[in-house]
Design a protein around this ligand. Structure first.
Ligand code: FES
Length: 281
């Protein structure tokens, strides 16, 4: 059993929770995820790691209550226990194994969309701890959906916020802001890490391909059970078939067949709604 030791409301229907899981906190690396099972009848819910504290032994997850399982999880409070908390799973981000001196010469941009801001935070923190300043864009539909801005501002070299409706920061999509930074402000990036909704990652990759900037994406949104068993996260990367939960979740975004991945995601959503949204409730 895994105790919830802190809970914060970040935005409407979006919560962060600190879970006491010392062994997971000890070995977590940027890019990895955990599987949470709320109670003995609960589904396996793969969630990205938003933060980890090796001294306190805690791992922070961010839950957006959209489906049955995440709604149930969001009802848990400080002092309650999750049935299981498995991880860290998946491959760490590829730069973790890069030569640090080489990495220090590179300019990196992180692009976070919505709750995708959660997995971007530990990555930006990883760079900050090694004395590397990275630029970060947080994108959201509206001001009230911008999450983790203050936390991110402590680890980002430059932090930019974009909202679709212009209620806060730059008015427009993250793709508009990337174009502005690169074309108008003369920013140069060696690579971009983009994490957010599939459709956002698709269009960011379309743009960065034109701009000639290598882009890594995280395909955690298409994971279902996170075990390599259900096949839901199967995706074509270049000429190869990959499983996001086992081979990823991070891949070269310019090689990912987003249309296929989006079709599969839509198929699972419509199957869920055919069951009245009662996804194993
Ligand atoms: Fe089920 Fe990857 S999420 S196989």
């Amino acid at each position: 059993m895994y105790k919830i030791v802190d809970k914060k409301n970040l935005a409407p229907n979006i919560f962060s929770m600190d879970i006491l899981a010392p062994r997971v906190a000890q070995s977590a690396q940027p890019g990895q995820f955990v599987i949470v099972i709320a109670d003995e009848k609960g589904e396996r819910v793969p969630l990205t790691i938003c933060d980890y504290d090796t001294e306190k032994g805690t791992v922070t997850i961010v839950v957006q209550s959209t489906g049955c399982s995440t709604k149930k999880m969001a009802e848990y409070n400080v002092g309650d226990y999750f049935e299981d908390f498995v991880g860290p799973l998946g491959q760490p981000s590829e730069y973790v194994n890069e030569d640090l001196n080489e990495l220090k010469k590179k300019k990196v941009l992180f692009v976070a969309g919505g709750v995708g801001t959660a997995p971007v935070y530990p990555q930006a923190r990883w760079f900050h701890e090694r004395g590397i300043d990275v630029d970060v864009i947080i994108g959201a539909k509206t001001k009230e959906l911008v999450i983790l801005e203050e936390k991110m501002s402590k680890v980002a070299g430059n932090l930019y916020v974009a909202t679709d409706d212009g209620s806060y920061g730059f008015k427009g999509m993250v793709t508009n802001l990337i174009e502005d930074l690169v074309k108008n402000q003369g920013k140069k990036y060696d690579f971009i890490v983009c994490i957010g909704p599939m459709i956002m990652m698709k269009f960011v990759c379309k743009l960065t391909k034109e701009l000639g900037i290598k882009t890594i994406v995280s395909l955690n949104p298409i994971m279902v059970d996170g075990t390599g068993m259900c096949g839901a996260c199967r995706v074509s990367v270049g000429n190869e078939t990959k499983f996001a939960c086992v081979d990823g979740p991070e891949f070269d975004g310019h090689l990912v067949n987003f249309d296929e991945a989006l079709r599969r995601q839509t198929q699972y959503k419509s199957e869920e709604s055919e069951k009245g949204g009662q996804h194993v409730c």
